[in-house]
Design a protein around this ligand. Structure first.
Ligand SMILES: C[S@@+](CC[C@H](N)C(=O)[O-])C[C@H]1O[C@@H](n2cnc3c(N)ncnc32)[C@H](O)[C@@H]1O
Ligand SMILES: [Zn+2]
Ligand SMILES: [Zn+2]
Ligand SMILES: [Zn+2]
Ligand SMILES: [Zn+2]
Ligand SMILES: [Zn+2]
Ligand SMILES: [Zn+2]
Length: 490
């Protein structure tokens, strides 16, 4: 089972699924332990899609206790949305900058003498249009990693994204969880229309319904129906329009619900525009070490070398003492061919002639791998035994048949966490794979990242399979040693 030690997450609106009950934050996710995925409900439960901490939303319903009444229950948030909209009128209706204040403690807009009720609070006085049009420059970020995990792009990243959109001819962007990018596009790229979808309700105070919706990206839930209707209008496109979905979710979010939402939005777009299934271009910002999880959900997504920096995160930036030596680990994942993305040479990127695309300056092209292999910002080196490039500090363990961090290496523990190259499942390596024999000599793709190239499981070289390997006798010994003699290797 994939992710055998992890909970499976069932997204609420996958077709074929029975409907999930709602919490105040929209349809819940169904969490299943791996041994009850076959329609058994023992141990499965529904919980909030947006909050990764019970203290923040305590909805919890065991799948066994599900009843039609519970599925039908809805939470009305109008008492909130109406207040937000009333508050917003203060700012958006007022032309004069004098007397527009904002209480940072209570997160509410204030007019004239309303501040009297906020004595002692931290208040931004007389907001200029510049601030009003770029609210993340003065609001306190909601940094709770169990919910919003609000980290804002630095100016270089904003400029890079803006330029990518222009180069790609994109004229409409859905900013899903990207409020600063939304403001940047509105202010600096009037030729691009942007629509912000964010869980941060404070955006009500700065944007109209036609370019912002209070939204949960973990279940594609709109808290305010009026805004949803406006969003549908935004999705309606003219033949020359080019729409792109941009998302920068909290890194604590699992990839299943985000991918589920991206699919839902694409479906909604196709339906509204009466198109046959047409994929939308996507930019998904996430750390390089989550690559596997993204590709598991969306194999069409590839990682671009651009390092994304945030202004309010110590480690995800290239400035300050605490910043990582190798730069930010945050990358852009996209279904757009990487060849068409131009990374800025002035920010330490270069064009690799062999790869025919831009890569990080420190990324050295490997002729054996046929690519610029580094993922984390260090300079990889090629390991002949692994048949691929590895991190420079890795050492090859013959027993595990993998390059790994030398310190604290325990073969048994290490192998238990490896993904087998034969069956692609986690928990063992090739030598202990039950499917070993079935796969012997079969022509198949190993090494997902190098698809199109067959890597021989015996010598780990590319271009032939076990049947044709010069080292086959060594392999026969190994298999015999494992107590298997009946080889289907003819
Ligand atoms: C890592 S920050 C990205 C901000 C982006 N870097 C920018 O500068 O525009 C995550 C954003 O997603 C929003 N967010 C967090 N959880 C969300 C959810 N469940 N649904 C929608 N938005 C969410 C946060 O409010 C925050 O704005
Ligand atoms: Zn909830
Ligand atoms: Zn206050
Ligand atoms: Zn290269
Ligand atoms: Zn290599
Ligand atoms: Zn190795
Ligand atoms: Zn080992």
């Amino acid at each position: 089972m994939e992710n055998s030690n992890k909970l499976q997450i069932i997204y609420p609106d996958d077709e074929n699924n029975s409907p999930h009950p709602h919490c105040p934050h929209g349809p819940t996710l169904l969490f299943q332990t791996p041994n009850n995925v076959n329609n058994e409900t023992t141990g499965s439960y529904y919980a909030c899609a947006a909050h990764r901490d019970k203290r923040l939303c305590n909805f919890h319903l065991s799948a066994e206790d599900l009843t039609p009444q519970k599925v039908a229950k809805r939470y009305e948030l109008e008492q909130f949305t109406n207040v937000y909209k009333e508050q917003r009128q203060k700012f958006l209706a007022k032309k004069n900058t004098v007397g527009r204040h904002f209480c940072l403690g209570c997160n509410v807009p204030l007019l004239r003498d309303e501040h009297l009720a906020h004595a002692g609070h931290e208040i931004v006085w007389n907001l200029t249009d510049k601030f009003l049009n770029d609210p993340t420059r003065f609001l306190y970020p909601l940094e709770d990693d169990k919910v919003q995990a609000q980290y804002f792009f630095d100016d270089k990243a904003l400029k890079f994204f803006g330029k990518c959109f222009v180069d790609l001819g994109v004229n409409k962007v859905i900013c899903m969880g990207a409020p600063r990018l939304h403001a940047y596009l509105r202010n600096e790229h009037p030729e691009i229309r942007s629509f912000l979808l964010d869980f941060d309700h404070r955006m009500y105070f700065f944007y109209h319904d036609y370019d912002y919706a209070w939204y949960n990206m973990c279940n594609n839930h709109f808290f305010d129906q009026a805004q949803h209707l406006q969003f549908e209008k935004f999705l309606k496109c003219e033949p020359n329009d080019k729409l792109l979905i941009f998302t920068d979710p909290p890194f604590g979010c699992r990839t299943e619900p985000i991918a589920g939402t991206l699919r839902q939005l694409t479906r909604e777009y196709n339906k509204i525009n009466k198109l046959p299934h047409t994929p939308l271009p996507i930019f998904w910002i996430f750390p390089y070490f989550s690559e596997h999880y993204i590709q598991q959900e969306m194999p069409q997504m590839h990682m671009c070398d651009y390092k994304v920096n945030y202004t309010n995160h110590k480690e995800y930036t290239d400035v300050g003492d605490k910043s990582r030596k190798l730069g930010s680990p945050v990358r852009v994942f996209t279904n757009i061919p990487l060849e068409v993305l131009h990374l800025p040479v002035e920010e330490a990127y270069k064009y690799c002639v062999q790869c025919e695309r831009y890569t990080a300056l420190e990324n050295r092209h490997c002729n054996k791998c046929g690519k610029c292999p580094s993922k984390n910002g260090s300079t990889y080196r090629h390991c002949e035994l692994c048949g691929c490039c590895v991190k420079p500090n890795y050492v090859h363990c013959k027993n595990c048949r993998r390059c790994t961090q030398a310190e604290e290496h325990n073969c048994e523990m290490y192998q238990a966490n490896q993904r087998c190259w034969i069956c692609q499942e986690k928990g063992h390596t090739e030598m202990n794979c039950e499917e070993w024999l079935n796969y012997c000599g079969a022509s198949r793709l190993v090494y997902g990242q190098n698809d199109k190239v067959i890597t021989c499981l015996i010598c780990r070289k590319k271009g032939h399979n076990e049947r044709n390997c010069k080292q086959r006798s060594k392999y026969l010994e190994e298999v015999t040693f494992m107590g298997v003699t009946d080889l289907k290797l003819k």
